[in-house]
Design a binder for this molecule. Structure first.
Ligand code: MG
Length: 165
């Protein structure tokens, strides 16, 4: 088994759509970024790459590459899942914490969970999404940004380079 950790932060700004876990969430602001700035998918991609020993999302999808301008981050997730599949990794589970003061994510976290599971081709019971506020302190609590943490567990039994410990 291999564990991977991912984290991401994007600023909340007017004039952008808010995209989380591949879903458009109704809000007066959205996340600033080169791509669609989906902090959830970026965190999950980083966790997957980390667990597989494949670097980070900046290596895989550089944010100065014009072809990724306003890119749908679902493409990053799909490309990463395909890379792991080819290398013989299987994703066992994913756990995510979204840190957002605004909008309130409690009402949509089940939708986010179901969509993340669908995008990853996993059953919903292997994918978990939690939401926390910033308790009105710091950049999260002042609603200046949304952040996300993700952890994944990979089964590397079929990985060509796996060694027995
Ligand atoms: Mg990002």
């Amino acid at each position: 088994m291999r564990v991977g950790l991912g984290h991401d932060t994007h600023r909340l700004v007017p004039g952008r759509p808010l995209i989380l876990a591949g879903l458009r969430i109704e809000h007066t602001k959205g996340l600033a970024g080169h791509s669609d700035a989906d902090v959830v998918l970026h965190s999950v991609v980083d966790a997957l790459l980390g667990a597989a020993g494949l670097g980070d999302i900046g290596d895989a999808f550089p944010d100065d590459d014009p072809s990724f301008l306003n890119a749908d981050s679902v493409l990053f997730l799909e490309a990463t899942m395909a890379r792991l599949y080819v290398k013989g990794f299987r994703v066992m589970n994913v756990d995510v914490i979204i840190h957002a003061q605004e909008p309130k994510l409690g009402p949509v976290k089940t939708l986010l969970r179901e969509n993340l599971a669908k995008l990853m081709g996993m059953s919903v019971d292997r994918v978990n999404v939690k939401a926390k506020t910033g308790e009105h302190v710091g950049h999260i609590g002042r609603a200046e940004a949304i952040a996300c943490h993700a952890v994944v567990l990979l089964d590397d039994r079929d990985h060509e380079d796996s060694e027995t410990l």
